[in-house]
Design a protein around this ligand. Sequence first.
Ligand SMILES: Nc1ncnc2c1ncn2[C@@H]1O[C@H](COP(=O)(O)OP(=O)(O)OP(=O)(O)O)[C@@H](O)[C@H]1O
Length: 391
Amino acid sequence: MIDQIKARLNQIKNPATGATFEAENRWQHIAMDGDKLVAQYNRDGISPAEKRVIEGEIQKALGDLMVVDNIMVKTTSSQSQDVFKALDKQGEAPTKAPETQPAQIKAGHGTIDKKKPVPGVGKIIAIGSGKGGVGKSTFTSNLALSLAKKGHKVGIIDADIYGPSLPMIFGKRDEKPRSNSEKKIIPVEAFGIKFMSFGFFINENDPVIWRGPMLGGVLNQFLFDVDWSGLDYLLIDLPPGTGDIQLSMIQNAHVDAAIVISTPQDIALLDAKKGVEMFKKLNLPVIGMVENMSSFICSSCGTEHHIFGEGGVAKAVEQLQIDFLGQVPLEIELRTGSDHGLPYMSQDQFQGRPVWTSFMNVTEKVEHFFNPNPTPANKGGFFSKILGLNK
Ligand SMILES: Nc1ncnc2c1ncn2[C@@H]1O[C@H](COP(=O)(O)OP(=O)(O)OP(=O)(O)O)[C@@H](O)[C@H]1O
């Protein structure tokens, strides 16, 4: 099959010149890795928009031979600045301002090999889930807000390449991140939380195939090319799953600990256990597991319904010998808040409700994990205080 694939890939045309990839000798590597195709071409002179056309053509050319999700196309370029600029709503890079530039992230430049601390950041927590849609981004954003309520300076990296939802949750979908004069990306800020999202750099309709080449380096770029100075906690919202993508994202990054989110459903739990194992394999301490959507309390009759099952996460943490950080019930306002850019924990009118209390309890456990013996001097924003970073 590989010969057939090569023959078809050679006929892909460069939209910039109209010549085939074969004629321009663009392909550098075409090989199968199990059932996955890894192909790499030289993209000098090809713009991001043309690159997307090419990826569409590759999908079309190979669509009858293999599953599109198994096609991984990498690129190399001698111009390391041919990058993905923060997009405005129409998909165009914003115009220049005198002292800042449109922020940009590079594609296909791999990971850095050494784990090094992120300047100005206290602790970095990776938040993962085995399965998609269990509420990882909802949890991450509300944990950030709860930590901020306890006096900490908090940032979030939205590294969920499949469904970056932080711009929506924080009501910043139209934001265009910029870089400062030191070429550091300035994080976007909402409700006192600084964040950076992969969503600012892609069009929502871009196929996942196009995002593939960005996987390797994107987390490290978000860790080191963004100005995170002054943070106590930096949370990383990982893509759902426990495969190579998640592994390669975190194995070279300096992360202090991880939290795994699951629903009580068997299938989600099974995958969440794999997530815990993945973090353990990477020698990353697991703070614990959170059960989201644990139950629904009927507002008319007050009965508690365990829609996705009951007690599953409590059992799993026992088997895995990790801590149970708590349950977050289903609550309509948690969803509507996220949909409307008004995250739940930013709305003080919900204080005292079960979801609010759950988030504050989880927050205390996270604080305790890093600071088991709080004193008045190191309580609330303690990392910044120690480091003298809070201005
Ligand atoms: N406890 C909850 N109560 C009500 N709705 C919730 C709750 N948790 C999450 N949701 C809603 O469920 C949906 C999925 O949540 P979210 O996007 O946070 O999941 P995710 O695990 O990050 O998904 P993905 O895998 O796509 O990144 C969202 O609409 C969110 O608002």
